[in-house]
Design a protein around this ligand. Structure first.
Ligand code: ADP
Length: 641
């Protein structure tokens, strides 16, 4: 390891001194013509008029020499070396030329000269010679300068690119993999105990650790050790954490790198980085290579290339990755782990057996997993005795592991801000609210009319969700502005994998309940329903076009799980079906809106009472609603149990 470091240092010095030399050479080249020009006391520049009046008319000119068709040198008759006018100049210039002047073109010069000498006899005309001369210094200078600039720029870029890598700012690092190596000495301190839940995933990766530690157990039975494991799951579900735990437990060297790190702005770099990464890994085998966000390179080839056209680099990187994964033999002791949250975008070639042959799917944690994750993250906190982990886990459906870690930290920060000694239950509730809906903004100025509108809007959601029995139970409602929203209703979604048509339909009614209340109470609607409408539109289209809930469309789904159609410009249905989808979706939404409105009109008193209570207390809970609307009815489940 030490030797390697030294080895990468010397080229760095070479490039450093090389740069300094280049700089000096360039500077001297630039200076030479300047210095030469300064030291010479050569011919003096004059104007045409001076030449004509003082020299030509005085018959002082011996000959004229036109150089490169752009300059005329004037030679004074040698016998005039003692004349008052030319004495000085002839002393310093010797046989000449003594003067020169620039000309626009040879033709105009010749015409002018002709005109100036028209009164003279032919034999008195001045001789004109034409010469071509090369200024070698200038030539060299103009050749060298662009070249030197090019070399300098090249050095500069190479240094920068090399520098962005493993730290050795050397041009020779260009194209080398930027993966960081964790050796056994400085290995990750994360263990499998730090990963809560994810039992199946843990079992799978534990097997990987075992392959690496005891390969013989498997190979003697003729088993092939998998080459690659891909971990797929939504953000924050613990993919990186799981891999870190593998690194911590495996006791083998561990290369980690992000997919985006392969792709630089230069074509060909990605492929050479992949090559280099695998070369380094093979030297260190047995070892683990971890590629995070592999979708940055592994995205399906040929997809979305129509308009971007910038995919060549990524494709060649991916091809190289495939080649490398095919290239090393199954039992070479290198196992590639990769993580992504876009499995649908990955190139099928990457997922076929022999490459990433094992797929681990992570999902958002369920109730018991959330409890376990809370337990991991509550451990380092100084907690109040009243903390009930079951309650916290129940309050956080749909939260990822990262969200839960965030809540625990946020709760501790809230408690610390209030100078408390322990983190209490309320701190956790505040932290959850804050993460769900953003920071409370009590200072936001809202006029009383607006406040009333928000109160009725939220009360609309409350009443509709209370009366329809297949929607998620309500937890609390607030009209304190938070983040971007002016009011918010909290529900407690049940954990389930299936949702029925009725549940979907009632969900639409609840979401439209806010706007419906505005219409029922004020006879006018406001812009406050933007988020609701966005959600309603999305869900309604899903019901019609994806889930096959609509009778007119039938049991068809236009969902594209593999994203194989790629572009949104090719629709898998006709114009007519498209129109039908739009029509049916609109009908669905309109019906839901009418249903919400009917419910609210029939329960106007309840609506008013809840809005009043909200205006009075700003935040109301399930219990308040129960006292106004009565206990919520249990759902009559449409699916026979
Ligand atoms: P990603 O899936 O996006 O790679 P990470 O692995 O980076 O997510 O998770 C982010 C953080 O969330 C972790 O550092 C950890 O604190 C927390 N976390 C996620 N899942 C778990 C889990 N199963 N157990 C404990 N902590 C978790």
């Amino acid at each position: 390891m030490k030797e390697k470091r030294n080895a990468t240092k010397s080229p760095q010095n070479v490039s450093g001194t090389g740069l300094v030399w280049l700089f000096w050479i360039l500077l001297s080249t630039l200076m030479i013509p300047y210095l030469i020009n300064r030291s010479a006391t050569g011919p003096k520049e004059i104007s045409w008029r001076e030449f004509e009046v003082n020299m030509l008319h005085n018959r002082a000119v011996a000959k004229l020499q036109v150089v490169n068709n752009e300059m005329v040198q004037v030679f004074i008759k040698p016998q005039l070396d003692n004349s008052r006018q030319f004495k000085e100049i002839m002393k310093s210039t010797g046989t000449g030329p003594q003067y020169f002047f620039q000309i626009g073109s040879v033709e105009s010069f010749e015409q002018k000269l002709e005109a100036a000498q028209k009164d003279l006899a032919d034999r008195e005309h001045v001789d004109v010679l034409y010469v071509k001369r090369k200024n070698w210094l200038q030539e060299i200078f103009f050749w060298v300068l662009p070249f030197a600039l090019l070399v300098l720029t090249w050095f500069f870029i190479m240094n920068r690119v090399g520098g962005s890598g493993t730290g050795g700012a050397s041009i020779f690092n260009f194209g080398k993999s930027t993966a960081t190596l964790q050796d056994i000495d400085n290995k990750s301190t994360v263990t499998f105990d730090d990963v809560a839940g994810l039992d199946e995933a843990k079992a799978e990766v534990k097997e990987v650790v075992d392959f690496l530690q005891h390969p013989a157990d498997y190979t003697q039975l003729g088993a092939k050790i998998p080459k690659g494991v891909i971990i797929v799951g939504p953000p924050g579900t613990g993919k990186t954490l799981l891999v870190k735990a593998v690194a911590g437990e495996a006791g083998v060297p561990f290369f980690s790198m992000s997919g985006a790190g392969f792709v630089e702005m230069f074509v060909g770099v990605g492929a050479s980085r992949v090559r280099d990464l695998f070369k380094r890994a093979k030297e260190k085998a047995p070892c683990i290579v971890f590629i995070d966000e592999i979708d940055a390179v592994g995205r399906s080839r040929g997809k979305d290339t129509l308009f971007t056209g910038a995919n060549d680099e990524r494709e060649s990187t991916l091809n190289q990755l495939l080649t490398e994964m095919d290239g090393f033999s199954t039992n070479s002791g290198v196992i590639v782990l990769a993580a992504t949250n876009r499995a649908d975008m990955l190139d099928p070639a990457l997922l076929r057996p022999g490459r990433f042959d094992r797929h681990i799917y992570l999902e958002l944690p369920n109730l018991s997993e959330r409890k376990a994750i809370f337990e991991v993250h509550l451990k380092p906190l100084a907690l109040d005795d009243a903390i009930d982990v079951d309650f916290l886990a129940a309050q956080t459906p749909g939260f990822s592991g990262a969200d839960i870690a965030n809540i625990c930290n946020e709760a501790a920060l809230i408690a610390a801000r209030q100078k408390k000694k322990k983190v209490g239950r309320q701190d956790f509730l505040d932290a959850i609210d804050r993460i769900v809906a953003g920071l409370e903004r009590k200072s936001k100025i809202i006029s009383p009319t607006e406040k009333k509108m928000v109160a009725f809007h939220e009360a609309g959601h409350v009443v509709v969700s209370w009366l329809l029995t297949h929607t998620d139970p309500l937890l609390k409602v607030s009209i304190i502005p938070r983040g971007r929203s002016l009011g918010e209703a909290w529900y407690l979604p049940e954990e389930r994998q299936l949702k029925t048509v009725t549940e979907f339909r009632e969900q639409l009614c609840v979401a439209l309940g806010g706007r419906a209340a505005e219409e029922v109470v004020f006879g006018e609607v406001s812009s406050g329903a933007l988020d609701d409408l966005e959600k309603v539109t999305r869900e309604a289209y899903m019901m019609v076009a994806y889930y096959g809930f609509n009778k007119e469309i039938g049991n068809m789904s236009f969902y594209d799980s593999t994203a194989s159609r790629g572009s949104q410009f090719t629709k898998p249905y006709s114009e007519e079906t498209g129109r039908l989808i739009d029509e049916e979706t609109r009908k669905l939404v309109n019906n839901a809106y009418e249903e919400a409105k009917t419910l609210l009109m029939a329960n106007r008193n309840g609506l008013d009472a809840i809005a009043d209570r909200l205006l009075e207390k700003e935040v109301i809970f399930k219990e308040d609603i129960e006292t106004i609307l009565g206990k919520r009815k249990a759902p009559q489940t449409p699916i026979p149990s």
